[in-house]
Design a protein around this ligand. Structure first.
Ligand SMILES: [Zn+2]
Ligand SMILES: [Zn+2]
Length: 293
């Protein structure tokens, strides 16, 4: 029985806001019954103004060095676990630097030659909307309010997906991260949500159904039930991503993701495999998915 997650595998070894070593994450994935497990560490931010407070000692050079080391360690673990667990190695994108992110991401992809990428937006107007409630509120003020911020987020995501054509789109509605339970999107924002979904459909990408919202105490997973239902109507596929930031997160909350996938009416979930040196997508009936004993 297949059991998989692609967005995740962040570790304290290569990411300051994650915990533990990458090998511990992979070992936990094996123990937790995964048959395929994706590693998608954050790509490096290349401008000093985009370095977070807790990374100042690393700086831009340190972040780049860690990313190179991440790729080498992921490649080593892929071989080490090959007979037990299929590891896919990718990275998670940024929309940074604000003017030529597309070129920078394309260059990084050409250089790293990943098995897949997670297309994610964590910045609007070059300001992080994933860091804290206060920061996201400050970005909203800058953008002229909450509605323009949400509209810009989904427009930016649509553009990133069209430009990069990622295999998987990360935490589609991350912009509601600090909004608490019951948060949704108003009718002024919904057309932008639809447009971002259309971009995903056109790029033949799938949605990452992601429990990190759920783990932080918000009841729905990313994306919200209404979005997931609309995505299903549009023929957009889904996959699972635990968005793990350490061994403690591995697989946690994926049961809630499966529940939401079923509620939205999906029959199948996309599984990515490496076959003959190529990444291939295979649809797995949702009822057959479970951790191996
Ligand atoms: Zn992270
Ligand atoms: Zn992310």
């Amino acid at each position: 029985m297949p059991w998989f997650s692609y967005h995740g595998g962040h570790s304290g070894e290569f990411c300051r806001h994650a915990k533990g070593r990458l090998e511990e994450v992979v070992e936990r994935a094996w123990e937790a019954g995964f048959t395929h497990y994706g590693l998608s560490e954050h790509c490096p931010r290349i401008r000093s103004e985009d370095v977070f407070e807790d990374e100042i000692d690393l700086g831009v050079e340190g972040l780049e060095r860690l990313f190179v080391e991440y790729q080498a360690e992921a490649a080593r673990l892929r071989v080490l676990y090959a007979d037990r667990l299929e590891i896919l190695v990718g990275f998670e994108t940024e929309r940074l630097p604000p003017d030529d992110w597309a070129k920078v991401m394309a260059r990084l992809r050409a250089h790293a030659n990943p098995d897949f990428i997670i297309g994610s937006v964590h910045h609007v107007n070059a300001r992080c909307i994933d860091y804290s409630k206060q920061r996201t509120e400050a970005v909203a003020v800058e953008m002229g309010g909450r509605i323009p911020l949400e509209q810009a987020y989904f427009d930016d995501l649509a553009e990133l997906v069209s430009e990069l054509r990622p295999e998987i789109v990360g935490h589609f509605d991350l912009i509601r991260k600090f909004d608490g339970d019951g948060a949704g999107f108003g009718e002024e924002v919904w057309p932008r949500v639809e447009r971002a979904l259309e971009a995903i459909h056109a790029a033949n990408a799938v949605l990452d159904v992601n429990p990190s919202a759920h783990r932080r105490g918000l009841s729905p997973v990313y994306p919200l039930p209404r979005i997931l239902k609309r995505a299903r109507e549009m023929g957009i596929g889904v996959t699972l991503g635990d968005d793990s930031h350490g061994a403690h997160d591995v697989g946690v909350g994926l049961d809630a993701c499966i529940r939401e996938i079923k509620v939205a009416g999906y029959q199948e979930v996309a599984c990515f495999r490496r076959i003959g040196g190529e990444t291939q997508r295979v649809e797995v009936p949702v009822g057959q998915m479970q951790p191996k004993p």
